[in-house]
Design a protein around this ligand. Structure first.
Ligand code: CUA
Length: 368
């Protein structure tokens, strides 16, 4: 499937309810020249839903938000047209019509009971409607009963990465949430997400799966997702949380139940021991340097919890919470100077020698 670009899709979704298809197509065609290149074809399970499109929900809670979203946009569109209409009318009707216009003082109107009542009461009614509609949607999503066997995830926000725990499975990972796909009719498999923060307020947002929910220090929030399609859904932190807020990215990898089970089994196993001399040296370097004070690798003395758990680092798709693809080259660049890829991040430049860099990259790549 050839994907439309993010911008085009976003605009098409936005325009859909308001204007006829032909007009929308024309506008999109006009925009086509400036649009991004189409994504290459991908197999369905690895398909990246690159478009953070709230108009194309692929999960129950996101679907529940679609109608209120259209309603809010329609009301805003109505207000926009009314305000702009009056503005344009006034600009044309009362335009200067000659030099004598500037000498004459316009009529001075003071106080109009009718106008003041109108611009007080109408906005109050509009806001009241919006509050009721939003409250109903929030309650509907928050009060959704979770089945006993729902997958449970504890998601902890850190500056600037996501800690992902599966308390019932004994798995800890980072920046990537693996969940099984649910079916729309039949066997629902929702994932219950418990949201916490280790430092400041963050916000969980994967637009196609669910609306935003904040991760607040000293508070436990809840949300859930129930994706109907496999693939990789991109999300991000949606609450400004410091320098690298924009690079606090999250991936939700929705898998078939079989693939998810395979992933779980793999996560539960200890990482394989390095075999190459260079990787063995890398393991030694990892413990000799201060990597261990921030990172954890199961079955080894590395017990740090300040940074992401690296037990199965090599099977993750990205590094630095989505800042770069998890390749040897990028990992090398990351270790040389994390600040270059992610300015302000808390991983220090360890001033590693070229040999240490090579051996650490080799070792980290064995962690699968
Ligand atoms: Cu975390 Cu913004």
């Amino acid at each position: 499937m050839t994907d439309v670009s993010p911008i085009r899709s976003y605009i098409s979704g936005f325009l859909k309810p308001f204007i006829p298809t032909a007009t929308a197509s024309f506008l999109l065609f006009a925009l086509g020249a400036a649009s991004f290149a189409a994504e290459p074809e991908a197999s369905p399970s690895s398909e990246i839903h690159r478009i953070a499109d709230i108009f194309a929900p692929l999960s129950r809670p996101a679907e529940l938000l679609l109608e209120p979203t259209y309603l809010v946009l329609l009301i805003c569109l109505g207000i926009f047209i009314a305000v702009m209409g009056v503005l344009v009318y006034v600009l044309i009707k009362f335009r200067p019509r000659g030099p004598e216009d500037h000498l004459e003082e316009p009529p001075q109107v003071y106080g109009s009971y009718n106008i003041e009542m109108a611009w007080t009461v109408i906005p109050c009614l509009i806001v009241f409607v919006l509050v009721l509609v939003s409250a109903r949607s929030i309650v509907e999503i928050q009060d959704q009963p979770m089945p006993e066997d729902a997958l449970k995830i504890r998601l902890i926000g850190h500056q600037w990465w996501w800690e992902v725990q599966y308390p019932d499975l004994g798995i800890i990972t980072a920046n990537e949430i693996h969940v099984p796909v649910s079916s729309k009719n039949g066997n629902p498999r929702p994932t219950h997400i418990i949201l916490e923060s280790a430092d400041v307020i963050h916000s969980f947002w994967v637009p196609q799966l669910a609306g935003k929910t904040d991760l607040v220090p000293n508070r436990v929030n809840h949300t859930w997702i129930e994706p109907f399609k496999t693939g990789v859904f991109l999300g991000n932190c949606a609450e400004y949380c410091g320098t690298q807020h924009a690079n606090m990215l999250l991936r939700v990898i929705v898998q078939t139940p079989e693939d998810f089970q395979k992933w779980v089994e793999n996560q539960k196993q200890l990482p394989s021991e390095p075999k190459d001399a260079i990787a063995i040296q890398g393991k030694k370097d990892f413990y000799d340097l201060s990597c261990v004070s921030c990172h954890k690798i199961d079955s080894t003395p590395a017990e740090g919890v300040f940074g992401p758990d690296l037990t199965k680092f090599a099977i993750r798709q990205t590094l630095g919470a989505g800042v770069a693809a998890n390749t040897a080259e990028n990992l090398h660049a990351w270790l040389v100077d994390p600040d270059a890829l992610k300015p302000g991040c808390y991983m220090p430049d360890m001033k590693l020698s070229p040999q240490q860099l090579d051996s650490l990259v080799a070792y980290l790549q064995t962690l699968k």
